[in-house]
Design a protein around this ligand. Structure first.
Ligand SMILES: *[C@@H]1O[C@H](CO)[C@@H](O)[C@H](O)[C@H]1NC(C)=O
Ligand SMILES: *[C@@H]1O[C@H](CO)[C@@H](O)[C@H](O)[C@H]1NC(C)=O
Ligand SMILES: *[C@@H]1O[C@H](CO)[C@@H](O)[C@H](O)[C@H]1NC(C)=O
Ligand SMILES: *[C@@H]1O[C@H](CO)[C@@H](O)[C@H](O)[C@H]1NC(C)=O
Ligand SMILES: *[C@@H]1O[C@H](CO)[C@@H](O)[C@H](O)[C@H]1NC(C)=O
Ligand SMILES: *[C@@H]1O[C@H](CO)[C@@H](O)[C@H](O)[C@H]1NC(C)=O
Ligand SMILES: *[C@@H]1O[C@H](CO)[C@@H](O)[C@H](O)[C@H]1NC(C)=O
Length: 473
């Protein structure tokens, strides 16, 4: 978790940086072409190769499924959840391009991280276990089922069952309490800082999984949860009732009325994605069409100035984007492209914007010794080294891979349901789960109250001065 600096003065750092970089002796020609389907395939293949160089998980002695990290242990820039997001990016990459080169790496990574109860709560990552972190892995498992990604061996956990397990653990009574009239908390373990924050992304992941499970299994129970979760987000005011801006979250001590109004692109895009699945599941209901259309209007207005993806809360202020935020553009592109499949009336609004945005994305991929390294700042038209944001560039690379491969969305087969799919589900998945694994010695009620009190004290004193961000870690 991190905080926005209290000073929100816009710094014209990018402009001055661009001015300087024009004076640099080497200027590379644009490497990637995306004019034809062949060029898109070729570019995606190279982007997928370069992105994989960030992944160490299939090397001897390394841990499958994760990107180098977590930062809290000084092992790299990336939290556990981003490995799950990367797995999803490659499940789509294969679906969109047909390139099977990385399928075995993805299969291995997806299965290594399931945890002892096969619900994506591995003990190694309890300290950063948010509902959203678990949710990102669950959404990648769901995607594997929808895309008909090859099944694991029969003695291994199956994609649909894994997605159900994540959903069922999040629907369980221990994740839902009466504060703020409902909704999921950000963190799962009560001892984690941020347990007192109820935020949009945690609820959006749960909502999205519910909508997708409803559409896939035709089971209304999932749709009921999705509906209830969307209503909660609306009633608590995290979705603006007039302009459909999507805000970050609020604290339980304040009945979630201290809304942090930071607008992260992935919050709005995930609500759009889930709403499109509900729209499809309900055979095109007016209620969900209205939500799809309003969220889409807001997203195009706020996150695509000049038709190019822009991360509103941090872009334009040097060093303000965290490693988490530096990966959001890719999810936004992937989710919006999928929306065109299941809510086809949005196609003409979405696809032209994804195209201009992707053109800008590849234009700035001119960095590094290869002359094709990608940065995060797509609007500037010039490569800015990920080092300015103190990362090794995995999110930056993943964004462009996602954007380029998603240009192929219209050539893909329909997403599977349990009538057409190949993944085996389990209506009882997740029922063995006992909540997150605790640290070695059991925590007494006294310890827990103490830790919670400390969290409240620390976070409470910060409210008003700092805006606490919900990050996906
Ligand atoms: C890791 O995966 C990449 C991509 O599939 C492959 O080229 C490489 O040989 C693999 N390394 C190991 C040690 O398996
Ligand atoms: C958990 O972390 C340990 C130590 O880094 C590692 O050896 C092990 O493979 C990890 N387990 C999983 C399931 O990732
Ligand atoms: C699909 O899921 C529904 C609800 O769980 C179930 O009733 C039905 O039997 C499933 N159909 C197939 C073909 O598996
Ligand atoms: C629908 O899903 C719920 C939640 O997983 C489950 O309890 C119920 O048995 C399912 N119903 C059918 C008909 O499969
Ligand atoms: C808390 O906020 C909800 C709306 O989100 C409202 O319905 C409820 O009355 C509020 N509770 C208190 C104690 O203020
Ligand atoms: C959607 O239409 C199909 C086919 O007419 C029907 O079986 C299904 O129950 C409908 N779904 C909903 C949620 O109304
Ligand atoms: C639902 O999705 C399918 C493709 O999976 C599409 O053909 C259909 O038109 C969609 N339904 C609505 C109401 O848009």
């Amino acid at each position: 978790m991190a905080a926005l600096s209290p000073s929100r003065r816009p710094v014209r750092w990018l402009t001055s940086l661009l001015a300087t970089s024009c004076l640099l002796p080497t200027t590379w020609a644009q490497y990637y072409k995306i004019g034809t389907k062949q060029e898109i395939l070729e570019s995606a293949r190279t982007l997928a190769y370069d992105m994989m160089l960030h992944y160490k998980g299939n090397k001897t002695g390394e841990i499958p499924g994760i990107l180098p990290g977590p930062p809290t242990e000084h092992k790299g820039d990336y939290y556990w959840w981003e490995g799950g997001a990367m797995m999803g990016t490659y499940i789509d990459y294969w679906f969109l391009t047909g390139d099977t080169s990385y399928n075995h790496v993805i299969m291995e990574g997806m299965l290594h991280q399931v945890g002892p109860n096969e619900d994506y709560m591995p003990p190694n990552h309890t300290a950063s276990l948010g509902n959203d972190d678990q949710g990102f892995w669950g959404m990648s498992a769901m995607l594997a089922a929808e895309n008909k990604f090859p099944n694991p061996e029969p003695d291994q956990p199956q994609w649909l069952a894994l997605a159900q397990a994540v959903f069922h653990t999040q629907a369980a009574p221990d994740r839902h309490d009466k504060t703020c009239n409902g909704g999921l908390r950000w963190q799962v373990p009560p001892t984690n800082a941020g347990y007192n924050y109820k935020n949009t992304i945690a609820n959006a992941c749960f909502f999205d999984l519910g909508a997708r499970l409803a559409r896939y299994t035709f089971n209304q129970t999932y749709a009921d949860w999705a509906e209830k979760t969307f209503d909660w987000l609306w009633n608590v005011g995290y979705i603006d009732h007039s302009d459909w801006r999507v805000y970050d979250g609020g604290h339980v001590e304040k009945n979630c009325t201290d809304i942090n109004k930071a607008q992260f692109s992935y919050n709005a895009a995930l609500l759009l994605h889930g709403s499109a699945f509900m729209y499809n599941y309900t055979n095109g209901s007016e209620v969900w069409k209205d939500r799809v259309d309003n969220l889409l209007t807001g997203i195009l207005r706020d996150f695509f100035p000049e038709g190019v993806a822009y991360e509103v809360p941090c872009e334009g202020r040097q060093g303000a984007c965290t490693a988490d935020m530096l990966s959001f553009k890719g999810y936004v592109h992937r989710w919006m492209s999928t929306v065109t499949k299941i809510a086809p009336h949005t196609t003409e609004k979405i696809l032209p914007v994804l195209r201009t945005s992707t053109e800008a994305a590849v234009r700035q991929c001119t960095g590094g010794p290869t002359g094709r390294r990608c940065g995060f700042y797509w609007s500037g038209g010039v490569f800015v080294d990920p080092a300015v944001d103190k990362t090794s560039g995995a999110g930056e690379a993943m964004n462009v891979l996602a954007a380029v491969s998603s240009l192929l969305i219209q050539d893909t087969p329909p997403l599977a349901t349990n009538l057409t799919g190949i993944s085996k589900g389990d209506p009882n998945a997740g029922s063995r789960s006992q909540g997150p694994s605790e640290p070695l010695s059991p925590i007494t009620t006294g310890d827990r109250a103490g830790a919670a009190f400390l969290t409240i004290l620390i976070l409470g004193s910060a409210v008003g001065t700092w805006s606490w961000m919900s990050l996906g870690d």
